[in-house]
Design a protein around this ligand. Structure first.
Ligand SMILES: Nc1ncnc2c1ncn2[C@@H]1O[C@H](COP(=O)(O)OP(=O)(O)OP(=O)(O)O)[C@@H](O)[C@H]1O
Length: 240
């Protein structure tokens, strides 16, 4: 579904990604593992068009998307849930979710059924359903993050990029986020997941890629990476 070939990208003169290649097959969950600054977020940004690749090729369902605007890439069915909590504090949970369906109202996605999208999102995120009339700014930090994730999946995207959905969450919410990822997976949503909890990510994922200093050092089926001594030592130790 998503294919990346020899991707190079960075910021100004600083090159962060030095020719990475990876694949996210339809209906599968792929996780990208790496230490701080390895280039995981940069990879997500390049895929979603937030930054331009300086070289290489990215294709989504056979169509080349590198060089396209984020807006056009989103129209092609790719949703990006970036790092951090991006919610509208003075709007309710429901209204924040409806904003996720905005492309239907502007015509950049097929019209569809916004009420249906909302119901589905609330079913998927029971914690948000209970708080649907609450102002987003009054949610806990973790709940706000969940709301940002829920908004990203509002329009039933073909593929979702999830960048550290559990960042800064209390353990109970981390578990909830992973349950939601499992749930999305069982509904056939293709996902590329970046997570600090590499062991948990490798449990939900089908495949994994390890990124070191902007290069893929190891990749393979998630079960294989979980047993890889080097991966274990570097990323799966110490209570993760
Ligand atoms: N907007 C930016 N301008 C300049 N340099 C940046 C920018 N964003 C990130 N970088 C640099 O690019 C490198 C890779 O950053 P990136 O955020 O992709 O890493 P990461 O693997 O996601 O790390 P983390 O796990 O800490 O989030 C880092 O050295 C970072 O300082």
């Amino acid at each position: 579904m998503l294919q990346i070939k020899n991707l190079e990208a960075g910021y100004g003169k600083v090159q962060v990604l030095h020719g990475i290649s990876m694949e996210v097959p339809k209906g599968k969950v792929v996780t990208l593992i790496g230490s701080n600054g390895a280039g995981k977020t940069t990879t997500m940004r390049a895929i979603s068009g937030m930054i331009k690749a300086s070289s290489g090729e990215i294709t989504l369902s056979g169509k080349r998307i590198d060089g396209l605007e984020s807006y056009t890439i989103a129209k092609l069915g790719l949703a990006h849930s970036p790092e951090g909590r991006r919610v509208f504090a003075t709007m309710t949970v429901t209204d924040n979710l409806i904003l996720g369906a905005f492309p239907r109202l502007t015509g950049s996605r097929p019209k569809g059924d916004v009420a249906g999208d909302l119901d589905r999102a609330l079913e998927l995120f029971p914690r948000l359903k209970e708080r649907r009339t609450q102002l987003a700014g009054t949610l806990s930090g973790g709940e706000q993050q969940m709301l940002a994730m829920a908004r990203a999946v509002m329009l039933n995207p073909d593929i979702v990029l999830l960048d550290e959905p559990s960042m800064g969450l209390a353990p109970i919410l981390v578990e909830e986020v992973f349950r939601i990822i499992e749930d999305l997976k069982s509904r056939g949503v293709t996902m590329l997941l970046v997570e600090q909890f590499a062991a948990a990510a490798l449990k939900v994922a089908d495949y994994g890629y390890v990124l070191e200093n902007g290069r893929i050092s190891v990749h393979g089926p998630a079960t294989q990476l979980r047993d890889d001594p080097a991966v274990k030592a570097a990323y799966l130790g110490g209570g993760h």
